[in-house]
Ligand binder design. Structure first.
Ligand code: CO8
Length: 259
């Protein structure tokens, strides 16, 4: 696929990086951009050489939300029947390898929802998160009212969804929305460091860890713990488990084969 609104590259042959690229619109998300993002992530997910992905934006904006100009004239019938603003929004959920959001600048509305669909968020110190849809006479439509409270708790999620106020990177980290905050000029270095670290672990164990953590959002504790237990048991069938434990016992670095 030819990419216009995202830039796609790899780092070290194993990290797939997708950079949202509509700078004049602060990376506002439209159908074309979401199609391209979905295609890029699916292609990386299917690529044996890729172990982790990063979604990022510009210094000024990760993404300032869905494209308001494009949405402004839609009717209920358009959005309910059609594919207008729903296309590829859930693609990230079907990606089995880890996806890290590297967020700088505005991360608002659909942009914040997109970041929350990634597996974790590393925020630059200039990042600003918010769900300002209420100011437009709508509510979040891509998981903001569902993933945000699971991430930051009811009170802050309500505060953000009902007032539309933005929170800065420090507040985002302290409430659990972002996993860490780093200086803006270190954002890609830090995120790449995390991604490369993940790539060097057993890909099967990494995928299993992701699947298990995600299961905690879909199920009760007893079922979740049993799911985790079975995944844990299954990993003893991998060559990588033998390698990881043998390497520890013999005080050497593990060389995982992803098998
Ligand atoms: N859509 C379209 N264009 C945008 C958007 C947007 N979300 N955000 C910014 N832009 C454009 C501006 O119109 C402007 O364009 P122009 O130069 O042609 O006038 C350009 O980007 C720069 O923006 P500003 O001049 O406003 O820059 P400021 O630095 O003054 O302000 C802000 C930056 C605070 C980010 C401001 O632009 C803003 O408030 N943007 C809108 C934020 C917003 O409301 N986001 C939520 C949108 S609704 C949504 O995301 C719902 C998602 C539902 C998903 C459903 C899927 C199923």
């Amino acid at each position: 696929m030819a990419y216009e609104l995202v830039e796609v590259r790899t780092e070290g042959g194993k990290v797939g990086i997708v950079t949202l690229n509509r700078p004049k619109q602060l990376n506002a998300l439209n159908n074309q951009l979401m199609d391209e993002l979905g295609a890029a992530l699916r292609a990386f997910d299917a690529d044996e050489a890729i172990g982790c992905m990063i979604v990022t934006g510009s210094e000024k904006a990760f993404a300032a939300g869905a494209d308001i100009g494009a949405m402004a004239t839609y009717t209920f019938a358009d959005v309910y029947k059609g594919d207008y603003i729903t296309r590829n929004w859930e693609t990230i959920r079907s990606v089995r390898k880890p996806v890290i959001a590297a967020v700088s600048g505005f991360c608002l509305g659909g942009g914040c929802e997109l970041a929350m669909m990634c597996d974790f968020i590393i925020a630059a110190d200039n990042a600003k998160f918010g769900q300002p849809e209420i100011k437009l006479g709508i509510i979040p439509g891509a998981g903001g009212t569902q993933r945000l409270p699971r991430s930051v708790g009811k009170s802050k999620a309500m505060d953000m969804a009902l007032t539309g106020r933005m929170i800065d990177a420090t507040e985002a980290e302290s409430c659990g929305l972002a996993s860490r905050v780093v200086p803006l000029d270190k954002l890609m270095e830090e995120t790449l460091g995390a991604a490369l670290m993940i790539c060097d672990y057993s890909q099967i164990a990494v995928m299993a860890a992701k699947e298990s953590v995600n299961r905690s959002f879909e199920t009760g504790l007893a079922d979740g713990v049993m799911f985790e237990r079975r995944m844990f048991h299954a990993l003893f069938a991998t060559t990588d488990q033998k390698e990881g434990m043998d390497a520890f016992v013999n005080k050497r670095k593990a060389q995982f084969k992803h098998q």
